[in-house]
Design a protein around this ligand. Structure first.
Ligand code: NAD
Length: 430
């Protein structure tokens, strides 16, 4: 006898009053469902993470006291391959955020057609308040705690906000020690001396630049002399700004956690990178005037690159934005409401799942190189990255033209279809 089963989109472990970024992701899936054809019957798969692990990370601090941190590792979907996604250290990290970031990784890997699923991790911590030795102990304990679900064929972490190659080296060493092996393929974004890939550090920013140039070309915008504003001047924003600057664009404003700077004639990005290295932020950079944080969003510009945190472009500032093209370096920087406002104004948005996929693409190269123990030159890596980013951009632009939808909806159509096709042919176990 058939029974009526009710499915709830929200897992019970998430506070319904505080769905945060996961709510944004769910809305994006809702929007794409009408385009999924017969695969829509599997769409609930995308609305719940496969596996959620919340861990306690107890550590002895340098002064002898014991501190406890909350850590997460979420595997959203592994239908097309092992989980893949970064680890974020930030005081505001929440389960909802990690779940959304994991889901966007599933979509991103599928949008670029990499053989990965999506995962993400994080620790609720402000790493600036801890010594290097404390961060090493925190990272090692966290890695041990999530060690039961990660592995070169299961789930492969990488750097994200406030984590870097050193963090990955500690993670790789901890996992290797716990498993009696040297498992270079358990993380990507490692130091070159540990099986890291040339070009990985710059890969996300380079991908932002490559798809940004493709979108500009398709929209009759010449990069030479184009005005660029960048929010976030770290790994992604700093690299993207430098590549646009070297191609002749004018980077007229940059905002980071220390402030906002502006120069209508264009900033010297190489000097700015040096200033940030020396002082920790863009505030007080030479040959620039400070702006209030809100003024950043109202600047008239050709290209706007959000490359900091999610939800930065929202109903409060979307109306003010006067950019022709937005290239999303950050994950989830635009809320769905802001997306609608900007799209109705004719702003072209190159979505995160496409624009910042350069990092996971070179992570894929790193993982492949680790398994074959054969390493490619930086030129080979950059060429392959460019080729894959161009191919992904062209395929998403093709879907957008075919269905007359935005690039974001098109990227979700292409990616969700691939994930759900894999889901369907694998079938449900048991
Ligand atoms: P990062 O830590 O190197 O840099 C983060 C930057 O954001 C810093 O310049 C910081 O000052 C700035 N920032 C932080 N809070 C801010 C605020 N409230 N207002 C303005 N600026 C602020 O991190 P990253 O690796 O460059 O990552 C940036 C974004 O790109 C994140 O959303 C991340 O998930 C995404 N991303 C990173 C990668 C990668 O390979 N690193 C890949 C894909 C996506």
């Amino acid at each position: 006898m058939s029974q009526q089963h009710t499915t709830h989109a929200l897992p019970s472990y998430l506070n319904p009053d505080d769905v945060g970024p996961w709510g944004i992701y769910l809305e994006q899936v809702e929007r794409v469902t009408p385009y999924l054809g017969h695969l829509a019957k599997w769409v609930e798969t995308l609305k719940r993470p496969k596996r959620v692990l919340v861990v306690d990370v107890p550590v002895e601090l340098d002064d002898g006291t014991i501190a406890h941190f909350e850590g997460y590792r979420v595997q959203h979907n592994v239908s097309r391959g092992p989980g893949k996604g970064g680890v974020r250290y930030h005081q505001d990290v929440t389960l909802s955020e990690v779940m959304a970031l994991a889901a966007w990784m599933s979509v991103k890997a599928a949008a670029v057609d990499l053989p990965f699923g999506g995962a993400k991790g994080g620790i609720r911590i402000d790493p600036r308040n801890y010594s290097t030795a404390e961060l090493e102990r925190i990272t090692r304990r966290y890695t041990s705690e999530i060690g039961i679900i990660i592995g070169p064929h299961k789930d492969i972490p990488a750097p994200d906000v406030n984590t870097n190659a050193q963090t990955m080296a500690w993670m790789m060493d901890t996992y290797s020690m716990n498993n009696g092996t040297t498992a270079t393929g358990v993380v990507t974004g490692k130091p070159i001396s540990l099986g890291g890939s040339l070009g990985r550090v710059e890969a996300t920013g380079r991908g932002v630049y490559v798809v940004g140039c493709a979108a500009a070309r398709d929209n009759g915008l010449d990069i030479e002399g184009a005005r660029v504003c960048v929010q976030g001047f770290g790994n992604v924003g700093g690299t993207a700004a430098r590549l646009f600057y070297e191609a002749g664009a004018k980077v007229i404003a940059v905002q980071d956690h220390t402030g906002t700077i502006h120069n209508a004639n264009g900033l010297d990005v190489l000097r700015l990178l040096k200033h940030v290295e020396e002082t920790g932020g863009v505030a007080g950079a030479p040959e620039s005037e400070p702006l209030k944080a809100d003024e950043f969003w109202g600047l008239e510009t050709d290209i706007l690159i959000p490359a900091a945190l999610e939800g930065q472009i929202n109903v409060k500032n979307a109306d003010q934005i006067r950019a022709r093209i937005i290239i999303e370096g950050a994950n989830g920087p635009t809320t769905p409401e802001a997306d609608d406002i900007l799209t109705s104004k004719g702003t072209l948005i190159v979505p995160d799942v496409l624009a910042n996929a350069g990092g996971v693409t070179v992570s894929y190269f790193e993982w492949v190189q680790d398994f074959s123990s054969f390493f490619w030159t930086e030129d080979e890596i950059n060429e392959r990255l460019e080729r894959m980013m161009h191919r992904a951009y062209a395929s998403v632009a093709g879907v957008a033209a075919q269905h007359k939808v935005s690039l974001r909806t098109a990227a979700f159509i292409a990616a969700c279809s691939r994930i759900l096709q894999a889901r369907e042919v694998r079938g449900l176990y048991p």
